[in-house]
Ligand binder design. Structure first.
Ligand code: NAD
Length: 443
């Protein structure tokens, strides 16, 4: 099934396109019920539930002793992978670290003339649970996910990171995952995946410590578990299936565009890859390249399904319409494959990350350049941002009001409280301004 081609002329075409795009949204109630049952089971039966689910889904002979990855295995991992790969991991970590250092925030204080001090303490969240997607039986370890989550947490000052990922058939984790954990000085690593891992991170079990915050993407079961646990723990975001929109003009190379669409489509049958173009020749050229390239991809079947069901090549009459449409879609990744991307950038309002020009394919950001690859999906870039150091901060405001401050402003504050019919609020201020000690003592 090929990638469908649409024409888009504005408002009238938006409704049908929106219907198509929003089809990927909410997990159905069957998934929610299943995940709720998993979470209840983990809360009640703790490690025993983790072992049973892991035996059923990932590793038939799994036992409780395999939940915690031994420190020796983490420490040995960097020497078990080729040195050239270790160098790439180190360079990627350094780039991501340098980018996120710029997001660091400091506590601040201001002193007013009467001596009142106001401030905001910027504090790291306590213990962070980091979910690293691994696929069934640990078959698709997302090594980069560790870097993209652990680096901003570390920059924020988080000192304890609890990492989990689904084990392979023999109960172990992929050495690249462990080597990356070692490079990031993560000492608590657990071989457990899916919704039951999220439950363990939220509630705690005898093996896995309860966390204050859970970060990291994952499949529908992981995402649903995180969504159901909001309030019980903090979460970074509910990361949906990956998506890309590419705005292209007649300067775009059809083979490169096809390769970029496939780079997202291969993630997941639910991934969405969209091309928005003003060039009427481009759709057919890209379609031909898609067919040829998909045939030789190891994950070609997944990519073909994603393109047929959720992908699209959309032809607009002009670049303005293309940009307006893209702002409505609010894609996770947006490539501007046009001759001069900079004038377009000023018109982009909603996108998780923008990749500028013909020489900046999305994987540059996935693995290496420095910005975070955990990005808002499913249109949420309209109101939310990439994972950042800020996700791992809590901010506590501080008021140190002077005696003079309460003298000067007390009556206004008391009046405000009475406007809300909260008499005790008013009195707690007034009692401090009452000079009559006898009255004060008797109150
Ligand atoms: P995963 O670790 O999230 O899921 C695998 C786990 O789910 C395994 O433990 C497996 O046994 C379990 N599982 C399989 N079938 C199950 C079922 N029926 N019920 C409960 N659990 C089941 O890894 P994945 O499956 O490869 O998914 C990774 C996801 O993360 C993809 O959807 C990808 O698009 C997404 N992702 C998103 C971002 C982002 O920033 N938005 C980044 C990276 C990855």
């Amino acid at each position: 099934m090929p990638c469908p081609i649409f024409s888009y002329d504005g408002e009238n075409d938006w409704f049908s396109l929106k219907q198509r795009l929003s089809g990927r949204k909410n997990p159905d109630s069957v998934v929610q019920d299943r995940v709720r049952a998993i979470l209840d089971n983990v809360q009640s039966n703790q490690d025993q539930a983790l072992v049973e689910y892991t035996q059923k889904f990932d590793c038939p002979d799994f036992c409780a002793e395999q939940l915690r990855v031994p420190q020796s295995a983490i420490e040995a991992a960097p020497s078990e992978i080729p040195p050239e790969d270790l160098r790439i991991l180190k360079e990627s970590i350094a780039n991501v670290q340098a980018f996120h250092e710029r997001q660091r925030e400091n506590s601040w204080w201001t002193t007013q003339e009467d001596g009142t001090v106001l401030g905001q303490m910027v504090l790291p969240v306590g213990r962070v649970g980091l979910y690293v997607p691994g696929g069934q039986g640990g078959s698709t370890p997302l090594i980069s996910s560790i870097i993209m989550n652990a680096v901003p947490a570390r920059v924020a000052g988080v000192d304890q990171i609890i990492m989990t990922s689904p084990p392979r058939k023999d109960g172990t984790l992929n050495p690249y995952l462990l080597a990356t954990a070692a490079l990031l000085e993560i000492k608590d690593v657990f071989a457990v995946g899916s919704a039951w891992a999220i439950g363990a991170l939220a509630f705690g079990t005898p093996s896995i410590p309860a966390c204050d915050f859970i970060a990291g993407p994952g499949n529908i079961y992981v995402a649903t578990a995180k969504a159901l646990l909001v309030g019980e723990v903090g979460i970074d975001m509910v990361a949906g299936p990956s998506e890309i929109a590419i705005i292209a003009d007649d300067s775009a190379n059809p083979a490169w565009i096809a390769a970029d669409l496939l780079s997202q489509a291969e993630h997941d049958p639910l991934a969405a890859a969209l091309l928005v173009t003003t060039d009427k020749q481009l759709p057919n050229r890209v379609t031909q390249k898609l067919e040829r390239q998909t045939a030789s991809l190891p994950r070609g079947e997944i990519a073909a399904k994603s393109l047929a069901e959720w992908g699209g090549i959309i032809v607009t009459p002009d670049m303005d319409t293309a940009v307006k449409l893209t702002n409505r879609i609010a894609p996770e990744h947006l490539e501007l494959c046009v001759s001069d991307p900079w004038p377009l950038l000023g018109k982009i309002r909603n996108a998780g990350a923008v990749f500028m020009g013909h020489h900046c394919p999305e994987p540059v950001g996935d693995y290496f350049a420095g910005p975070n690859h955990v990005l808002p999906t499913l249109g949420t870039a309209r109101f939310s941002s990439a994972l950042s150091v800020q996700n791992f901060y809590k901010k506590t405001s501080v008021i140190a009001a002077s005696k003079q401050y309460v003298r000067e402003h007390g009556s206004k504050i008391a009046r405000f409280a009475r406007l809300e019919a909260l008499e005790a609020h008013a009195r707690s201020v007034e009692i401090r301004n009452n000079d009559d000690e006898e009255v004060n003592d008797a109150t």
